[in-house]
Design a protein around this ligand. Sequence first.
Ligand code: HPA
Length: 281
Amino acid sequence: MQPSFTLEDYDRAADCIRGQTRIVPKVAVILGSGLGSIAESVESPAVIPFADIPGWPVSTVEGHAGKLILGTLAGRNTAVLQGRAHVYEGYTADQVAFPVRVMNRWGVNILIVTNAAGAINAEFAPGDLMLITDHLNLMGFGGNNPLRGPNDDRLGPRFPDMNRAYDPGLQKLSTQAAANSGLALRAGVYACLAGPSFETPAELRFLRMIGADAVGMSTVPEVIAARHGGMRVLGISVISNRANLDGSMDISHKEVLTATGEAAPNLELLLKTLLGKPAFA
Ligand code: HPA
């Protein structure tokens, strides 16, 4: 079996980006569903449509603009990915992780992943921000892992450790940043399913039983590729809806986008406070 991408593919994409900006950020931020407005706060931006970068997957979903924005956020050089691709769109997990690999090859060493997620934990409410402390890669249990196929040791080890996948130091900084800016920050385990259908009530009760606090359809392939490449990862979910554990409510993508759009300013404040900290210098 051949891998979908070679090191040269990632480097070609990284070269394309290098050709359009002189900055080399230390941090990349992936903005999930409905959170794209945060990219508008990037100062002195160079904007590259995903479609102009060779190999880069282009999202077909509403709420994912599909642009790479390079500039400064809270005074820090930052790469902001406005939107992402998902496995449910038909992309393979390694295609979904392609942008992370490219960021890594370009020189970025901290990845901040954000997403919209349904709350399984009954204490969580729409609009809450949740620090991801760990994940359940349910999509991966079925073999859908971005590292499937031959391993290129120049990218990372064959069997990467997933202990502390979400960097404890960055988690601590986030908790402090939230406190500094008067924001409530929940913490919990994110379960990744392939989607695109939302979960049945029985599936949600199963997820609760196995320790999930929130559920979504993204993020984990990117985190695995980032950890494979030795990047430090911070994950933040925006709770967009309560999970329908008892079958009493309906959910739609529109509702997800509305709730995340409303919470985006809080996430932006948290990100800016964080980026101001010396760890991101
Ligand atoms: N389930 C799965 N993915 C999601 C949800 C959900 O309830 N909300 C936002 N993304």
